[in-house]
Design a protein around this ligand. Sequence first.
Ligand code: F3S
Ligand code: F3S
Length: 106
Amino acid sequence: TYVITQPCVDVLDKSCIDECPVDCIYEGDRMLYIHPDECIDCAACEPVCPVEAIYYEDDVPEEWATYTTANAEFFSATGLGSPGGAARVGKTGTDVAPVSELPPQA
Ligand code: F3S
Ligand code: F3S
């Protein structure tokens, strides 16, 4: 799977959403999260993020390693499960740690 990391927090450019062929990038409150089971590793989202927040799971920088877990936990902690498409879910207005604990980033 691909993972969205800290540079997305409070930026939410959302260019990535338009690129994803399986609509597996979901909207939290302060950042977006990729569903680890729905992502097909197409890599289309990675180059369009203007703040380089998106990485393949094996390439996530050490300083943002917790975001790999955070992307997965977003779906279990919120009870979203595997909705199979972000468009009909829309804004969830919710985040998980470490995002929810960060001071304003932008
Ligand atoms: Fe965030 Fe970059 Fe997408 S800032 S919303 S990961 S384009
Ligand atoms: Fe979508 Fe990016 Fe995965 S475009 S399929 S979230 S690699």
